[in-house]
Design a protein around this ligand. Structure first.
Ligand code: AMP
Length: 491
């Protein structure tokens, strides 16, 4: 078996690695470090959880140990798709470079330019950045990329999803042609292949197996859940989530709960808190300081449940996550692999549970195709009985009125959003023609009455009194057409 000491790393790096408690290199480290140290380009097909951050950071530190940084001209550059990932690479760098005098700067959105400018002015060995922020600095004339000897692109497939590929190409062109490139992606989409063919020179290709197909330490399960009534689906799904959490008892020390939409992330976090579970939300609409605080809270255990969207949680390395709950089935099967990879890290055991409603069964099938296994079915937990509708507007266990009166149920609006525009227009005009009083303009014929419209039908009615506000567990239906499944502005 390969040992770290066989890889050619600097003794100061080796001692930091040993202090970090690593005994043997992971396959991506054993594969990528030797060619990187020889100065070759590397194309690593690996995802987070495989140890890939160290596979590029350790050789970088070794190679940069000789030489000095010059003002405004970083010697190496690491590009990451999100602020959190960039911050995580920076943390890893601090651990592995602790015995050296190498300096770094982190250029990410949400942090003031002034501080970052001051560091760059002094000269840094390693610049870790999100693409947008890096280009902002460059365009302000504060930064020169002509001194970059090593450039790392991390999570290239995520960059592609987030629309950063043009930025990456631009950055490649601003760095010297002679640079060494270490490029990492979990998948090789055709666009990624094109970029690597253009910007990498005869790379050493290292591919490591997917976590989802190899990670036997993650116990997986899925509940096929059908709600008692369609308009109660969201609420009952939250009950299922709580039952799943409860069924795990103390084994569930903490968990990341993934939702497909940012609004859902907020709703689920709010609901859990309301029911006494200690939860917080993280997604791209929250400001950077807030996201960092939440992550720190989750890391140090003061927050037990982290409700997250894919982008916000992508690649986050939190070593001790006991459970992942997929509150929604991800619509891109790749995301399932990434999500469940948040647990069972570094050889630990983990549990990943998912709730699948009938409309999502097609996505479940795609996931099972991808991971080449059937995800074991978990019996639907028994839910408290739905409140009777005959009594006087009783509040249900979530504090919401049973029929969710006065607001459009979410499922309805989503269904409507899926209808072709043509059909929607037709429905609107139909309801204008035949609907109840309010929507109809005076003089419009009433179907079925010929030209004669009794006067009482044309009278305008007093607007109904607004329903009392529903607290906490609100379910705002997303504005029609506002597809906000995932943020892409977290750069
Ligand atoms: P990454 O894929 O870079 O996000 O790393 C996943 C986790 O594995 C991190 O918590 C690392 O600290 C840890 N790790 C990286 N390399 C090793 C290793 N050789 N042995 C044990 N743990 C490691």
């Amino acid at each position: 078996m390969t040992k770290f000491s066989d890889l050619g790393l600097h003794p100061k790096v080796l001692s930091a690695v040993s202090d970090a408690g690593y005994e043997t290199p992971t396959p991506i480290q054993a594969g990528a470090i030797p060619p990187a140290l020889q100065g070759r380009d590397v194309l690593g097909i690996a995802q987070t959880g495989t140890g890939k951050t160290a596979s590029f950071t350790l050789p970088m530190i070794t190679m940069l140990a000789r030489g000095r940084a010059r003002a405004r001209m970083p010697r190496s550059l690491v590009l990451a798709p999100t602020r959190e990932l960039a911050a995580q690479v920076a943390e890893n760098f601090d651990i592995y470079a602790k015995n050296t005098k190498l300096t770094k700067a982190l250029l990410i959105g949400g942090v003031s330019f002034k501080e970052q400018d001051a560091l760059i002015d002094k000269g840094v060995d390693v610049l870790i950045a999100t693409p947008g922020r890096l280009l902002d600095h460059f365009e302000r004339g504060k930064l020169l990329l002509t001194g970059v000897q090593i450039m790392v692109v991390d999570e290239a497939d995520r960059m592609l999803d987030m629309g950063f590929i043009p930025d990456i190409e631009k950055i490649f062109q601003l760095t010297p042609f002679t640079r060494q490139t270490l490029f990492f992606s979990a998948t090789m989409a055709p666009e990624i292949e094109r970029i690597t063919n253009t910007f990498l020179s005869n790379p050493e290709k290292i591919e490591v197996a997917r976590a989802a197909t190899t990670s036997e330490n993650i116990k997986q399960g899925v509940v096929l859940f059908k709600s008692s009534r369609k308009d109660r689906q969201a609420k009952e799904k939250r009950m299922v989530l709580r039952s799943l959490i409860d069924s795990e008892g103390e084994a569930c020390t903490n968990a990341i709960i993934f939702c497909n939409r940012k609004t859902e992330v907020d709703i689920v976090a709010k609901s859990l808190n309301k029911h006494g579970y200690n939860a917080a939300a993280i997604h791209g609409d929250l400001d950077q300081a807030h996201r960092m605080r939440t992550l720190d809270g989750f890391r140090d255990g003061s927050i037990r449940f982290l409700c997250a969207s894919d982008v916000a949680a992508r690649g986050l390395d939190i070593p001790n996550v006991s459970h992942v709950f997929n509150y929604d089935v991800p619509t891109h099967s790749e995301d399932y692999v990434h999500r469940i990879g948040r647990t069972g890290r570094a050889g630990r055991k983990g549990t990943a549970m998912m709730i699948c409603v009938p409309a999502d069964e097609k996505y479940l099938a795609q996931i099972e195709d991808l991971v080449k296994q059937e995800i074991p079915r978990i019996e639907t937990p028994e839910l408290p009985e739905a409140p009777s509708r005959s009594r006087r507007k009783p509040r249900d266990e979530d504090g919401e009125k049973p029929a969710n009166k006065g607001r459009k149920p979410r499922e309805k609006s989503e269904e409507a959003a899926e209808k072709p525009a043509e059909e929607k227009r037709e429905n609107r005009s139909r309801s204008r023609r035949g609907g109840r009083g309010n929507g109809r303009s005076q003089g419009e014929p009433v179907v079925g009455l010929g030209d004669h419209v009794p006067a009482f039908l044309l009278r305008s009615f007093k607007a109904p009194k607004p329903e009392p506000k529903v607290e906490a567990e609100s379910e705002p239906a997303p504005a029609e057409g506002a597809a906000e499944t995932e943020e892409n502005g977290s750069n």
